[in-house]
Design a protein around this ligand. Structure first.
Ligand code: NAP
Length: 291
């Protein structure tokens, strides 16, 4: 059996996203020739341990849930180690005795927001830069849609260092919860902002649309269903080949309602407001990567 066909994976910090990822990778549906022999997850509290054991009880034979004091044990037993703790916890986790040594030779995947590959290398090597042996690292940015296995996960790695086996494993992990998309690290921060924040801006727009419908007398639950479903349908036309601007022009028929609504938004500067919001988020992301 090759390493890529059957793996043991440790998820250090199995909270909201970690649980979605473990749920996806334990699914027996084969999307790429890899099976998880065992998933080992770690959390900080007994209540979270119980939550994972309950949520994933159908996979109990392949799942071990440990507390944070057993991070080292989880890492030692795994081929692949996925770090999903909050960024603020990273130093505690990596500097615990034995962790850095245990990581050698393993595929390290980090989904910690704002933590660059260089920073992950520093965390994983500590002061021991003398025995530098290129680490197998994939930095990734999934989003909450991993819960329904529809996340677009941005990934970046040094392709001259990452082995083909590890590239396959990392892609497989995120394909299990949606779709992995590799980008160069130079465009990772802005791409991560699009993947991570753009959804929340669109949700704000949906919220505004719902308020209008309620003001006009439609029940919020009904308005939500029709607005969200029609938005999903319209958005799906874009990957099917329709350019957003062309689509918008096609919808806005002469003298119609859509053009009136669009002009109203243009008056408020909505387009540049969206641009400004994403650029502000990108700036913040760059600061976080540097700090
Ligand atoms: N949420 C998002 O939309 C999103 C998107 C992209 C990237 N990210 C990144 O993904 C990571 C996880 O985010 P999340 O929303 O899943 O956070 P979360 O729900 O707070 O999960 C973090 C988990 O880490 C556990 N933990 C804390 N200290 C630990 C330690 N020393 N050792 C092992 N486990 C420890 C916590 O345990 P307890 O539950 O017991 O406290 C918790 O289960 C973060 O780095 C975040 O930046 C999040």
């Amino acid at each position: 059996m090759t390493r890529t066909s059957s793996i043991t994976i440790a998820v250090i910090g199995c909270g909201t996203l970690g649980t979605s990822i473990v749920t996806g990778i334990l699914d027996p549906t084969d999307k790429g020739g890899i099976t998880v022999e065992r998933a080992i997850t770690t959390v900080a509290t007994e209540s979270s341990k119980q939550r994972i054991e309950d949520t994933l009880s159908q996979h109990a034979s392949r799942l071990t849930v440990l507390l944070r004091q057993d991070n080292l044990r989880a890492i030692k037993d795994a081929d692949v180690v996925l770090f999903a703790v909050k960024p603020v916890k990273r130093k505690d986790v990596f500097s615990a005795p034995g962790v850095r040594e245990a990581l050698r030779g393993k595929l390290i995947i980090s989904i910690m927001a704002g933590i660059s590959t260089q920073e992950i290398i520093r965390l994983a090597l500590g002061d021991d830069n003398t025995s530098y042996n290129p680490l197998q690292i994939v930095r990734a940015m999934p989003n909450m849609a991993a819960k329904i296995r529809e996340a677009t996960t941005l990934c970046t790695a040094d392709m001259e260092i990452l082995s083909p086996d590890n590239l396959q494993i990392a892609s497989w992990v995120f394909n299990q919860v949606g779709q992995a998309q590799f980008v160069d690290e130079s465009s990772f921060d802005i791409s991560a902002v699009l993947v991570g924040c753009a959804g929340s801006l669109l949700l704000l727009a949906i919220d505004g649309l719902l308020d209008a419908a309620v003001a006009e007398g439609v029940k919020r639950s009904e308005a939500q269903k029709m607005t969200v479903n029609s938005a999903i349908g319209m958005l799906k036309l874009v990957p099917a080949g329709d350019h957003p601007s062309v689509l918008r022009e096609k919808i806005a028929s002469p003298g119609g309602c859509s053009i009136r609504a669009l002009l109203e938004l243009e008056k408020c500067g909505v387009r540049s407001a969206f641009t400004g919001a994403i650029m502000a988020a990108a700036e913040r992301s760059k600061q976080m990567s540097k700090s």
